[in-house]
Design a protein around this ligand. Structure first.
Ligand SMILES: Nc1ncnc2c1ncn2[C@@H]1O[C@H](COP(=O)(O)OP(=O)(O)OP(=O)(O)O)[C@@H](O)[C@H]1O
Ligand SMILES: [Mg+2]
Length: 488
């Protein structure tokens, strides 16, 4: 089997109902339980038609899950992940998690306060504390907000949507658009959890694979989805009456309105909404031109913007490793794995082909590897990310499809097997920040390792360093003790 068709072969294999665990060679492949095509939920914010239930698991699998969950807890508690650490950060005015107010002072509905505390949040982060009063003000105000990765933007806009919804009306009132399928599912999950004590509010997923009967009108007040399906539901299929939408959220807004991103679909949805509709744009990055464009399309926005030097997070330590070929990078990666214990890692490749190749090689070396790239079936993508979240695979090899928004707190290491470049080969600084931001969530420590494969790639790394004015050190054997503490 040629290596280029490896990813495709995996797809075919999995489509034939084999477990994703085929990629593991250390552990016995597991059956069932993770092949659901959408999030499971016991929460009261009912998910609707497309968000199918997980299959029943058998007893063995339940045991296994309990053991796994315990293990995950143990793993997590080894990360610098204790509540004290977060509390310290939330009292430090220089931290993006700093807050002076409590959630009570943000005047949330009691049901939502219950939801927030139920998720284990004690205090708001800086973005939550700043953005919520703007979003909840009457009359509604538009907002373009930037805040570092992992600082709680999701909760901020989810609370805004849940606050504005009128549960007495059974039609869509809030639309939330995410760039990827996985991110839409993840955000939906947060809506379900936050709204757990607000059962009148319902949620539906406008994502590929969620086929509704033609001619129906949605009853759910909140619609979360990806741009293509959302647009179809507003136009061709008319499941949603855009004129009734009160809140429109664009998560990862810069990529949603960038010409290289989903601009067309996002703008077309936006044009159908009433003038009074509140527009909320969130991201960790807004390149200057995109920032200007955002201000042109959003009338009279409130603005929360970071200074360049605030964009990077000090809790994520960045290194590079010098190599001269793909094979050397692979060897270096194996050496790192040989030298330190890594809780969970995400490895980013530039192309699907490299991702497929690398996953295959790592798997042959005995690692439990998951592969996620854009050409896979959505059900498989959902299953892969869920297994990774559950810690069933410790390594996720992926492409930029997972660069943004994905929140898996056990991820202690991000590896750029290929540095992020745009289609002209220039450094993609925004993607760099998003990728490394898959670790170091909400104040935890994280490690980013960049594999450099020659002079050209060294120049790209230098330009990234200069842009953020951040030193990226060469990884040295002397650093191993230090990085082990972060990674394990
Ligand atoms: N106030 C809070 N207290 C404790 N944990 C929180 C709080 N707000 C958010 N979190 C947690 O922080 C993590 C990161 O949040 P979230 O995914 O919203 O980050 P983000 O700002 O959207 O990052 P990205 O730019 O990567 O999308 C989540 O696991 C979330 O549960
Ligand atoms: Mg996010």
């Amino acid at each position: 089997m040629a290596t280029d068709s490896w990813a495709q072969a995996v797809d075919e294999q999995e489509a034939a109902a084999e477990s994703i665990g085929n990629l593991q060679i250390k552990e016995k492949p597991e059956e069932n339980g993770t092949t659901a095509n959408a999030p499971d939920s016991s929460s009261a914010v009912a998910k609707s038609q497309g968000a199918g239930e997980k299959k029943e698991t058998d007893e063995d699998d339940k045991d296994d899950k309990a053991a796994q969950s315990l293990l995950n807890k143990l793993i997590r508690s080894n990360l610098v992940n204790n509540p004290n650490q977060v509390e310290v950060l939330q009292k430090d005015p220089n931290s993006p998690l700093y807050s002076v107010k409590s959630f009570e002072e943000l005047r949330l509905k009691p049901q939502l306060l219950q939801g927030v505390y139920g998720m284990g949040f004690n205090r708001p982060s800086k973005i939550q504390e700043t953005a919520l009063p703007m979003m909840l003000a009457e009359p509604p105000q538009n907002l373009i907000a930037q805040s570092q990765s992992g600082t709680g933007k999701t909760a901020a806009f989810v609370l805004a949507m849940l606050s504005h919804v009128d549960p007495n009306y059974n039609y869509p009132q809030c639309l939330c658009v995410s760039p990827t399928y996985e991110l839409a599912l993840q955000t939906g999950k947060v809506i379900e959890q936050m709204g757990k004590h607000y059962p009148e509010v319902k949620l539906v997923y406008a994502i590929r694979g969620n086929k509704l009967q033609r001619g129906i009108k949605l009853q759910e007040q909140i619609v979360i989805g990806t741009p293509g399906t959302m647009l179809d539901w507003c136009t061709k299929l008319k499941f949603i009456d855009p004129k009734k939408i009160k809140v429109f959220v664009l998560d990862e807004a810069d990529v949603m309105i960038a010409t290289q991103g989903h601009q067309d679909q996002s703008i077309r949805i936006q044009r159908m909404l009433p003038k009074s509709c509140q527009m909320l744009l969130f991201s960790a990055t807004f390149e200057e031109t995109v920032w200007n464009f955002a201000q042109r399309i959003v009338p009279d926005p409130n603005i929360i913007k970071l200074k360049r030097e605030e964009e990077t997070l000090d809790n994520i330590k960045q290194y590079f490793v010098m190599c001269y070929s793909k094979e050397e990078k692979f060897q270096a990666l194996c050496n790192i794995y040989g030298a330190i214990t890594i809780a969970q890692a995400m490895i980013f490749c530039h192309t699907r082909k490299t991702a497929g190749w690398l996953a295959g090689e790592l798997s042959r070396e005995g690692h439990q590897v998951a592969l996620l790239s854009g050409e896979m079936q959505v059900e498989q993508r959902a299953a892969v990310i869920e297994r990774f979240r559950d810690g069933k695979e410790k390594v996720l090899v992926t492409t930029n499809v997972c660069a943004r928004g994905i929140d898996v707190e056990q991820v202690s290491v991000v590896i750029n097997f290929d540095l992020p470049v745009d289609k002209d080969g220039n450094p993609d600084k925004e993607t760099y920040l998003h990728r490394i931001g898959r670790t170091g969530r909400f104040g935890k420590r994280g490690l980013a390792i960049n594999m450099v494969d020659g002079q050209m790639s060294m120049n790209i790394l230098k330009r990234i360093q200069e842009h953020f004015n951040k030193n990226i050190e060469q990884l040295d054997t002397d650093d191993l003790d230090e990085i082990e503490k972060i990674a394990s």
